[in-house]
Ligand binder design. Structure first.
Ligand code: AP5
Length: 224
């Protein structure tokens, strides 16, 4: 299966991407991890992008597009599946990787959108900052990353919706619940995606499932 993820910082791309990759036995390609690895090794590329990562700015498209192209070549040799985390972040990136995917016959069959509210995302990333000390996990930079997401990344969600490959999940719940819902949806879709063309598909919105299983009633009940 070929899955890409679109979600704001802290929504769980890394957490759920690793789960999906392990469950489906496919590579987890995370552009942020690849870039941080370059920075840690102080490669030429790492030195060139370090400042941007620290400030929460996007790195130039050509760098990340080439990174994904190389990772896809490896993924193709390993069977053709992948879960792509952190890309695309702009409409230009979306078009660029779509062109490459078409050339490689590796077009994504699911665009997974993890939906969560900013205050919760800031809370999660500040909690991570206390443990992991990621350079871009200060409150000011987190808020800048979130603003960038809303301005330039979120609009891409509609493009995947129009293509019929969008699956939207409520990522405000505990990670285990979110993961279970994602894996269930992917398992249901797995036998179908290669046979149902994009134009015959419709976006899937799973965000109301919590209410369907009584979550809204539970939260409306008085405590005790
Ligand atoms: P990237 O590494 O992609 O960072 P990000 O988008 O800011 O996302 P995060 O890694 O902070 O969060 P996540 O959504 O992966 O959540 P996670 O699972 O880690 O990119 C970093 C930088 O690289 C960018 O700012 C940019 O500079 C550059 N870059 C990368 N790709 C680029 C591109 N395509 N173009 C240009 N530049 C690019 O979870 C976060 C925390 O929350 C963890 O502690 C986790 O345990 C916890 N958590 C997760 N899920 C839950 C849950 N459901 N409930 C409670 N806690 C949870």
């Amino acid at each position: 299966m070929r899955v890409l993820m679109i979600a704001p910082p802290g929504a769980g791309k890394g957490t759920q991407g690793a789960l999906i990759a392990a469950h489906l036995g496919i590579p987890h390609i995370a552009t942020g991890d690849l870039l941080r690895d370059h920075v840690a090794r102080q490669s030429d590329l790492g030195q060139a992008v370090q400042e941007r990562l620290t400030r929460g700015e996007l790195v130039p498209d050509e760098i990340v597009v080439e990174m994904v192209r190389e990772a896809w070549l490896d993924a193709k040799a390993a069977g053709g599946g992948y879960v792509l985390d952190g890309m695309p972040r702009t409409m230009d990136q979306a078009r660029a990787i779509h062109r490459i995917a078409r050339e490689l016959d590796m077009i994504a069959n699911v665009a997974l959108h993890l939906k969560a509210e900013d205050d919760e995302l800031v809370r999660r990333l500040l909690a991570r900052a206390a443990l992991e000390h990621r350079a871009d996990d200060t409150e000011e930079v987190i808020r800048h990353r979130l603003a960038l997401y809303h301005d330039v990344t979120h609009p891409i969600v509609d493009w995947y919706g129009e293509r019929g490959i969008l699956v939207t999940v409520d990522a405000m719940r505990p990670a285990e619940q979110v993961g279970r819902e994602i894996l269930t949806a992917l398992e249901v879709m797995r036998p179908l995606v290669d046979f149902v063309p994009e134009e015959a598909r419709r976006p899937i919105d799973l965000t109301s499932l919590g209410a369907a299983f009584g979550e809204a009633e539970a939260s409306a009940r008085p405590p005790g």
